[in-house]
Design a binder for this molecule. Structure first.
Ligand SMILES: Nc1ncnc2c1ncn2[C@@H]1O[C@H](COP(=O)(O)OP(=O)(O)OP(=O)(O)O)[C@@H](O)[C@H]1O
Length: 250
């Protein structure tokens, strides 16, 4: 059974149609990224999947008892408010010190528990948010533009952390981004959204799909290859096949 599945969703904000006929699902353990231009309905889709919004048409089904860990885009903490990482992880529910330490370790920031939140770098801060999501032992981690404000190496490193968290926890990951190549390289499957699902598949397949290239141009293929090299351990399909049809369309 899928962890979450959406069937034929229509959604409008006010009178404005944002999503039309969108179907997608998330299977246990997979990393799926929703990419799309600004305003294409990515955040709305995430909120529908979580259940914070109700579709006007279609349905969203979540596996009973599904635990979702959510990593927001950015969380504002008043810099004049002294709060340590450990204290932050204890909000809103108290957690055991050893669980907090373990979550920080899994999230890639071991030992920062006594640091002030305001003194963390952008990358460390997002990893602390990740640690907080991990504490709930999620079946699914959802990240909405979680690397905004990080530079490209910082984002790439954050997404590698996500892969490692997936390995440790065995959870599925659903991310939203408009940062293309960096995010895609870490994904098993990419869904390109622009009010509807334009195309969907492995990063290699989506990055050469005509609908994707129409939206984002052709510039991401090389960068994808650059980041992908670490992952070339042959999943279930041949990465190296040729796409003469698409190349001819460039
Ligand atoms: N609460 C709301 N009320 C009215 N319109 C909204 C609301 N939230 C989003 N919208 C509109 O719905 C459309 C889709 O927004 P959404 O945030 O889902 O897109 P997105 O793909 O996540 O965009 P971005 O990449 O810029 O974050 C936009 O045109 C936006 O203005």
């Amino acid at each position: 059974m899928s962890l979450i599945s959406a069937k034929n969703i229509d959604f409008s904000h006010g009178g404005q149609r944002v999503l039309q006929g969108v179907s997608l699902s998330l299977e246990p353990g997979e990393i799926v990224t929703i990419v799309g231009p600004n305003g294409s309905g990515k955040s709305t889709m995430l909120r529908l999947l979580i259940g914070a919004l109700k579709p006007q048409k279609g349905s969203v089904t979540r596996k009973p008892g599904l635990r979702v860990g959510y990593v927001p885009q950015k969380l504002y903490i008043d810099p004049t408010l002294p709060i340590t990482v450990e204290r932050f992880l204890n909000l809103p529910h108290r957690v055991a010190a050893k669980d907090a330490a373990a979550a920080l370790e899994t999230a890639g920031v071991p030992g920062v528990g006594q640091r002030q939140m305001s003194q963390l770098s952008g990358g460390q801060f997002q990893r602390v948010l990740l640690a907080r999501a991990i504490l709930g032992k999620p079946d699914v981690l959802m990240l909405d533009e979680a690397t905004q404000g990080l530079d490209q190496p910082g984002s790439a490193s954050f997404y590698r952390q996500i892969e490692s968290v997936r390995r440790d926890l065995g959870c599925a990951v659903l991310m939203v981004s408009h940062e293309l190549h960096v995010v895609m390289s870490a994904s098993d499957r990419v869904i390109c959204l622009n009010g509807h699902v334009c195309c969907e598949g492995t990063p290699e397949v989506v990055s050469v799909a005509p609908a994707y290239r129409e939206l984002f141009g052709t510039g991401t293929g090389g960068a994808l290859a650059l980041y992908r090299h670490e992952h070339d351990h042959g999943h279930d399909h041949d990465h190296d096949h040729h796409h003469p049809k698409h190349e001819a369309a460039e």
